[in-house]
Write a protein of this length. Structure first.
Lengths: 111, 111
């Protein structure tokens, strides 16, 4: 039982490059989330998907897109990376009003 | 969406002392209040949670109290140990089903 699996663990991009962060969960959760974590800022919600087939913006969606591929998988795409997107990204899954289970995180640097 | 303020941002204690972290919120519809612990370089993990129909919950050295009238909830750690050193995040969910996290408290327990 792997829980929430995120790939890659580390990534370095140049400004303007694109990339997709992958996330998969095996707990049959309906809801999935993408957060970014910056020093002193806590966990800020980028996008979420309350159920398969739906996605919604969170607190900081600009510069990102998401796809809920199926119930298990929720990907985050940076179309044109900017230095301000240097951060640690966490994927999470849960049931509504339930415990959030986080992936191990992706450390992204944009030069 | 919901708003949550967490204090203090840093807390330094001696081993064996107690530690208290407080979060205040504004949305009276909030009804789920989890606390997460994040060790350095690791993912956040739930340590305790409380729902709006309960005023206090304990799990060994950790307790959470909720005051819905005053709109605040607190994490209490007794007999602190060096392994309690980490960043602690409060969170809440309510009518919008979107989780909101506090900015975190860095707890340092000195041996």
């Amino acid at each position: 039982n792997a829980g929430v699996t995120q790939t890659p663990k580390f990534q370095v991009l140049k400004t303007g490059q694109s990339m997709t962060l992958q996330c998969a969960q095996d707990m049959n959760h309906n809801s999935m989330y993408w957060y970014r974590q910056d020093p002193g800022m806590g966990l800020r919600l980028i996008y979420y998907s309350a159920s398969e087939g739906t996605t919604d913006k969170g607190e900081v969606p600009n510069g990102y897109n998401v796809s809920r591929l199926n119930k298990r998988e929720f990907s985050l795409r940076l179309e044109s990376a900017a230095p301000s997107q240097t951060s640690v990204y966490f994927c999470a899954s849960s049931e509504i009003w339930g415990i959030q289970y986080f992936g191990a995180g992706t450390r992204l640097s944009v030069l | 969406g919901e708003n949550v303020e967490q204090h203090p941002s840093t807390l330094s204690v001696q081993e064996g002392d107690s530690a208290v972290i407080k979060c205040t919120y504004s949305d009276s519809a909030s009804n789920y209040f989890p606390w997460y612990k994040q060790e350095l370089g690791k993912r956040p993990q739930l340590i305790i949670d409380i729902r709006s129909n309960v005023g206090e919950k304990k799990d060994q050295r950790i307790a959470v109290t909720l005051n819905k009238t005053a709109k605040h909830f607190s994490l209490h750690i007794t007999e602190t140990q060096p392994e309690d050193s980490a960043v602690y995040f409060c969170a809440l969910e309510g009518g919008s089903y979107i989780p909101t996290f506090g900015r975190g408290t860095s707890l340092i327990v000195h041996p």
